[in-house]
Design a protein around this ligand. Structure first.
Ligand code: ADP
Ligand code: MG
Length: 255
């Protein structure tokens, strides 16, 4: 089976007036279809840069990125990108916010509008179609942002610290929700986070990056019993603290 995503020896530098900053060095990994990966590493190690490379916003200086076995093309309609800030437009209703991507692609019709409404219902936003973003809680806004991303039917989803603007309690439950949604819909997803517990509670595999320039320090496969598939259940398993210590140790050996 061809992996969903392959990254081969990718390096990237930023060029500015002050010179060159090597952000990522010789990154290689491959993600199978339907897997949920997390990437952790210290602030500034190149996590966001890596996601920008994966969605084609940046081009690697060296190396190659393949999606479904083919080089990334310019027209990346199959990759969805979700950021820390929800970027909902305050002057638009929730329904017209979640419809924005489809509207831009000129794919908004009766059927896609019905699909949006049923996603809003499925994700607990029924009755808020005409509300403005400011009338929603942080968690509801983040779910709306997810619907807007999923509406475009990406089969690879890149999430850059999507929960970090939320308070702790909300964050736990939104993370639980969203990872459940992604698993049910069998999406391949890559979540960047600096929160180790979050990574362990959602991922099948965790990539640990070194401080800048980001290199892969370790990759750890995460396995929990079937009865603990949800993030909140995983947190209560004895394996959780074992993985936590393992990832923590890998991160700490930088100091
Ligand atoms: P992370 O998401 O892990 O915090 P980033 O990918 O945002 O890290 O950044 C990696 C490194 O590249 C940082 O040291 C940052 O200062 C540098 N960097 C990021 N964006 C730019 C840019 N536009 N120009 C120059 N340097 C940048
Ligand atoms: Mg970042």
């Amino acid at each position: 089976m061809i992996p969903k995503l392959e990254v081969h020896g990718v390096s990237y530098s930023y060029h500015s007036a002050d010179g060159e900053t090597l952000a990522l060095s010789n990154i290689s990994f491959s993600v199978d279809s339907g897997q949920f990966w997390a990437i952790v590493g210290p602030s500034g190690c190149g996590k966001s840069t890596l996601l920008s490379l994966l969605c084609g916003l940046l081009k690697p200086d060296q190396g190659e990125i393949l999606l479904d076995g083919l080089p990334l093309s310019r027209d990346l309609t199959s990759v969805g990108y979700m950021l820390q800030k929800d970027h909902l437009f305050e002057w638009r209703s929730i329904l017209s916010n979640v419809a924005l991507g489809l509207e831009i692609r000129k794919q908004l019709d009766g059927q896609s509008r019905q699909e949006l409404k049923s996603m809003l219902r499925a994700y607990g936003l029924e009755g808020f179609e005409q509300a403005k973003p400011s009338e929603l809680s942080g968690g509801m806004r983040q779910r709306a942002a997810l619907i807007r991303t999923l509406a475009l039917k990406p089969d690879l989803l890149l999430l850059d610290e999507p929960f970090s603007a939320l308070d702790y309690q909300t964050r736990l439950s939104v993370c639980d929700d969203i990872s459940g949604i992604l698993r049910e819909s069998k999406k391949t997803a890559i979540l960047v986070t600096h929160d180790l517990s979050e990574a362990i509670s959602v991922a099948d595999r965790i990539l640990i990056l070194s401080p800048r320039p980001g290199r892969i320090k370790a990759a750890i496969t995460i396995e929990f019993p079937d009865c603990a598939s949800r993030p909140l259940d995983r947190r209560n398993c004895p394996e959780f603290s074992i993985y936590f210590n393992q990832v923590w140790k890998e991160l700490k050996t930088d100091e």
